[in-house]
Design a protein around this ligand. Structure first.
Ligand SMILES: [Cu+2]
Length: 145
């Protein structure tokens, strides 16, 4: 999955540059490398890759990430309309990674994020009580140097 996301990266470069408000000077293309990650937060309270398989996410420490999530309602949701959460924790002490405490709405949404600076194991957890299987809604993320 990571490989496929990397291929999509090049299609995203100009979009990302425009979104960041960077203007190429004198015809020079200023490339911003963005790692596109696609995840489904599904109605059975599981994170999946777009093909329905288990998501395997590897990030480079400190890289720019465009997280594209498609969320589908499970049995219950928050009063504010959030149907799942997407919160990144350090595996070793379960502390939250700043900027990665996300709430998901139904449908597709995108987040511009920065990968953790420290390599290691991380875990994404759902913070919305989305069903009786909510506690099992998590996935590993590996951050490499
Ligand atoms: Cu959930």
């Amino acid at each position: 999955m990571t490989g496929r996301a990397r291929v999509q990266l090049w299609g995203m470069v100009l979009t990302a540059a425009a979104a960041l408000g960077t203007h190429p000077a004198q015809g020079q293309i200023h490339q911003v490398e963005v790692h596109v990650i696609e995840v489904v937060a599904d109605k059975d309270s599981r994170y999946k890759s777009p093909d329905g398989g288990k998501p395997e996410i590897t990030l480079k420490a400190g890289e720019q990430v465009l997280l594209r999530v498609s969320a589908r309602k499970a049995k219950s949701w928050n009063r504010d309309g959030s149907i799942h959460g997407f919160t990144l924790l350090r595996a070793v002490d379960r502390t939250k990674v700043p900027g990665w405490n996300l709430l998901l709405r139904p449908g597709q949404q995108e987040f511009q994020l920065t990968a953790p600076a420290d390599p290691g194991e991380y875990v994404v957890v759902c913070t919305v009580i989305c069903s009786e299987d909510h506690e099992g809604m998590n996935m590993k993320v590996l951050v490499v140097p």
